[in-house]
Design a protein around this ligand. Structure first.
Ligand code: 5GP
Length: 194
């Protein structure tokens, strides 16, 4: 581990595509030596979410101050008044633990990370079967109001168009297959198959 060179794995997709499930699965695989990049957000925590685990939940005001301080590697107003961003300190924290960073972020943020670290980032787009299927998944999850679900669906079509800009695309039609595919991509990038 002396010559540890931290890598970044970006998983981006429209909300409801299953990317969070894939990222969680990969985090459990010790051989990949990953740590989750905890984003900061101005949105309210959902039911089981924990501050400092799922997100750093901060106020809109604090978020805007951090933008001014140039504390973010990337940030985005993903939905109106819901800001999300990766703090520069987050990547430093994880690399100092000699781990690779894995991100669960929106497509714009994902592409920005790739641009900032082109040499050591693998960007992966997780594709849902269809926009209709996304709607069903988001409704099943029932963590958001009808309005918010519609907002997410409207954004999904725009996001789907960015898929070709990513290094790899995983089709999440069947979760088991998608998980295996994600593992294979990771192994490849980390040079396990050489
Ligand atoms: P949710 O509210 O469902 O947790 O997340 C909404 C969207 O924001 C998801 O697509 C999620 O991946 C994205 N997101 C989470 N953290 C970040 C971040 O740090 N930066 C950006 N650009 N998007 C993020």
């Amino acid at each position: 581990m002396k010559d540890f060179k931290g890598k970044l794995f970006v998983f981006s997709a429209p909300s409801g595509s299953g990317k969070t499930t894939i990222v969680r699965h990969l985090l459990q695989q010790e051989r990949f030596n990953l740590a989750f990049s905890i984003s900061a957000t101005s949105r309210e925590p959902r039911g089981f979410e924990k501050d400092g685990e799922d997100y750093y939940f901060i106020s809109l005001r604090d978020f805007k101050n951090k933008i001014k301080e140039d504390a973010f590697l990337e940030w985005e107003e993903v939905y109106r008044d819901n800001f999300y961003g990766t703090l520069k300190t987050e990547v430093e924290r994880i690399w100092s633990q000699k781990k690779h960073v894995i991100f669960d972020i929106d497509v714009v943020g994902g592409l920005r990370i790739k641009k900032k670290f082109p040499e050591n980032t693998l960007s992966v787009f997780v594709k849902p079967p269809s926009v209709d299927e996304l709607k069903i998944r988001l409704k099943k999850r029932s963590t958001e109001s009808e309005d918010k679900i519609n907002m997410r669906i409207a954004k999904a079509s725009v996001e789907l168009a960015t898929a070709p800009q990513f290094d790899k695309i995983i089709k999440n039609y069947d979760l088991e297959v998608a998980l295996k595919e994600a593992e294979a991509l990771m192994s490849d990038y980390l040079g396990f198959n050489k």
